[in-house]
Ligand binder design. Sequence first.
Ligand code: NAP
Ligand code: ZN
Length: 351
Amino acid sequence: MVKSIGYAALNSKDPLSTFNFERRCLRENDIFIEILYCGVCHSDIFQVKNGWKKSIYPLVPGHEIIGLVKEVGPKVKKIRKGEAVGVGVLVDSCMNCRNCKEDLEQYCESGPVSTYNGKDYETGEITYGGYSNNIIVREEFVLKIPKNLNLAAAAPLLCAGITTYSPLNHWNVGSESRVGIIGLGGLGHMAIKFAKAKGASVTLFTTSENKIESAKQLGADEVILSKNNSEMEGKQKALDFILNTVGAPIDLTPYLNCLSRDGVMVVVGLPDKQHPAISLDNLVFHRRSLAGSLIGGIKETQEMLNFCGKHKIVSNIELINIENINEAFERTEKGDVQYRFVIDMKSLPNK
Ligand code: NAP
Ligand code: ZN
């Protein structure tokens, strides 16, 4: 077994603390990665606090991982020792069902294996994530990072990036699209960057007055304070596509009202409580759609990374030492981060 050290939640209440553990030995198609950076996704907080009622402790969070390849198994074909690589939300899937065959491993019918709090197909062991010094992942789930990207700022692309890039792609957002984005957090700020790179006009909906200026600097053409009813009403039927990144239950109706005929709202935010119900008349009378989307498949994640290389897109980050992770969780919950915390793994204590 491989010795590892990280930060773990031992239960749903206590702060994260240092945790020594073991990972599986390298299989023949595995990559051994020394982790340099790991982004802090709001999903990590839900998982640590058992918000989705599926957490298994001890739980080592982290699914926005960037590292260097230290070793490769004998059957590895495409990844080389010394390369900078990334690992996102998934580390395995059945590779055999219809969804996996269509490069949509996130919807694997046997259940994909999550980077943490997942179950290894072979051993049944619980997976541990990227708030740690190393990780072992099968080759097919390891991504290549374009050389021109700053490695720390590229970490959030592995979850916040692909989760926002994929629906924009799937619903064909382009230069004619009038896009709305709800929430300016880790996901929301990446959504602005991608929608602008695709040439769309972008309206950001925020609850935070203090984010208006920086949203414009990120590229938003217009910013609407969602608590201001007259601003919301001014946007009625004005948008073709809305991406909802909010991680809290909210009334969707005022936002649906901003969709034109045939407009689509895609939900990626995953609160730990249900949204209030909506009236389906709102959809029926305007042929609107309400849809959802989960991260993205591995092929699309690599495409997104290459797109970021070409357009020089990375995340806006605050780099932190791992001993400050509990404070970073509190600040993320308050929306007080511009716009993603990334942990510098050099700050991990030695074993
Ligand atoms: P985040 O950085 O905390 O950003 C969420 C933003 O939502 C906040 O910055 C805030 O923006 C807004 N918000 C928060 N509470 C709100 C409230 N009560 N009412 C209205 N707006 C509120 O979180 P994140 O990392 O981007 O993740 C967002 C959500 O996506 C989480 O639920 C996460 O679990 C989920 N997620 C889903 C996927 C997927 O595959 N579908 C992948 C990753 C994450 P303003 O201050 O601008 O209002
Ligand atoms: Zn995430």
